[in-house]
Design a protein around this ligand. Structure first.
Ligand code: ARG
Length: 474
């Protein structure tokens, strides 16, 4: 089911005072007031959550003898009718009715008449919107975890295929030491697991129910907040009614987790942009995730990766925006808080699309094993192995070994060759104790195979981590 109801342009007259609180008002709002005040243009997206909240509330009111069973049954059936009207696109959304809560209630009145007026007993739009939004964000946290796990699986498949493929590891984007493709892929699997953990933590913390806080102070009706909390899948009701209607920290936690995840995606995206260039040729993105140029026939552009690199701008923007809205607000509800939803909707949509696009790109891409291998050997990438050999075999202090190796790198650079291409005599010009054995550590395969420390890049370690992750994500 889509959470985006179909558009309905049937306008309703706003000439008269509001049907929900018209008693106190002689005139309806100015058109500009209506335009700035209405949230129905975006909060219609909460319709399923709003109706679920109302159903739980009505059932509880009846169970507590606050409304009659027959009224509760009429409300229940009426809400189902309203739900299907929204889902099928026949619901007459009205800007004059401001938001999803009043749109649903007003339509319920048209459908079932008088009992509809009893639904709002012991409730306010303040706890109503808080529960709707929590339910929506909770679903998105679950969706984010699922999206992250799909991407982790795609990365894991790459890691498994190339557990022992050698590639350059970089620091400062300069060749540093050889690493393995599998190791590089698993680095992102780890980052993403912390992202998923943040969404899970946020979900656990947000899973308390604000319904029943009413406007801000609770209610004099004998409501059962445990019952509504349970019916809506919450762990418990929120313990303080002011807090329940006043905070949006759950949305901010979701946005913060989304921002961190988008940051990770942007780094992987940047690597894909670099790696797919003609200068690197480390990966080939599939046709399905590349675009051409209208003028340069040879081009294969990594547009999806570039867009993923940029999407964090929107998500971080939403985060900053909502922090700015919430900062300094006095308790309890203020209308400022209506500005929470569009930011979260956009950030959630952006994150889910980003995760799906990255998953597609990673699943489809082909690593160029030969290009990775060739690049791994360039740039004196085994210099550290030479220095380590001098320490291990000749007992040199590391600082001295570093110095000797530096002089040999300078010599190779001058000769225009790589370290393993220096003759033994040339090697011995750096240190007389060097023997033929040194060449065994200068190959990139040897280099990676030797890095068996826990979490290191050796294929043997990478294979262990792949098995661990396969079991965890199964
Ligand atoms: N549309 C409102 C919002 O999104 C619902 C709550 C309105 N409450 C109120 N006291 N006016 O925040």
């Amino acid at each position: 089911m889509s959470d985006q109801p179909a558009e309905n342009t049937k306008a309703q007259s706003a000439a008269s005072a509001n049907a929900m609180w018209g008693g106190r008002f002689a005139a309806g709002p100015d058109a500009i007031m209506e335009a700035i005040n209405a949230s129905i243009g975006f909060d219609r997206r909460l319709f399923a959550q709003d109706i679920a909240g109302s159903r739980a509330h009505a059932a509880m009111l009846a169970a507590q003898d606050i409304i009659s069973p027959s009224d509760a049954e009429a409300i229940r059936e009426g809400l189902l009718t309203v739900l299907s009207e929204i889902e099928t696109g026949s619901f007459p959304f009205s800007t004059a009715l401001e938001d999803i809560h009043m749109n649903v209630e007003a339509r319920l009145k048209e459908v079932i008449g008088e009992p509809a007026g009893r639904l709002h007993t012991a409730r306010s739009r303040n706890d109503q919107v808080a529960v709707d939004f929590r339910l929506w964000v909770r679903d998105q946290a679950d969706a984010a975890v699922a999206g992250i796990e799909a991407l982790q699986k795609a990365l894991l498949a790459q890691a498994e295929a190339g557990a022992d493929w050698v590639m350059p590891g970089f620091t400062h984007l300069q060749s540093a030491q050889p690493v393995t493709w599998g190791h590089h892929m698993l680095a992102y699997v780890e980052m993403l697991s912390r992202d998923a953990g943040r969404f899970r933590d946020a979900r656990a913390r947000m899973n308390e129910c604000p319904l029943g806080a009413a406007a801000l102070a609770g209610t004099s009706f004998p409501i059962d907040r445990e019952a509504t909390a349970k019916a809506l899948g919450f762990d418990r009701p929120m313990a303080n009614s002011l807090d329940a209607v006043a905070d949006r920290d759950f949305a901010l936690e979701f946005l913060s987790a989304a921002t961190l995840c988008a940051m990770h995606l942007s780094r992987l995206a940047e690597e894909l942009v670099i790696w797919s260039s003609a200068q690197f040729r480390f990966v080939r993105l599939s046709d399905r995730f590349s675009t051409g140029s209208s003028i340069m026939p040879q081009k294969r552009n990594p547009d999806a990766a570039e867009l993923l690199r940029a999407k964090i701008g929107r998500i971080l923007g939403a985060t900053v925006s909502l922090f700015t809205v919430m900062k300094g607000l006095p308790l309890a509800y203020s209308k400022d808080m209506q500005e929470d939803k569009e930011q979260v909707f956009d950030a959630a949509d952006t994150l889910m699309l980003s995760l799906a696009a990255m998953t597609g790109m990673v699943s489809d891409m082909t690593a160029n094993r030969e290009a990775l291998r060739a690049a791994a050997a360039a740039g004196f990438s085994t210099a550290t192995d030479l220095a380590d050999w001098l320490v291990r075999t000749l007992g040199l202090p590391f600082r001295e070994a570093h110095h000797v190796t530096g002089s040999l790198v300078a010599l190779a650079e001058k000769k225009g060759c790589d370290l393993p291409e220096l003759s033994l005599a040339e090697m011995q010009s750096g240190h007389a104790g060097i023997t033929q054995e040194v060449y065994s550590v200068l190959g990139v395969e040897n280099s990676v195979a030797s890095r068996t420390s826990y979490g290191g890049t050796a294929p043997s370690e990478v294979k262990k981590q792949v098995s661990r992750w396969k079991a965890r994500l199964a």
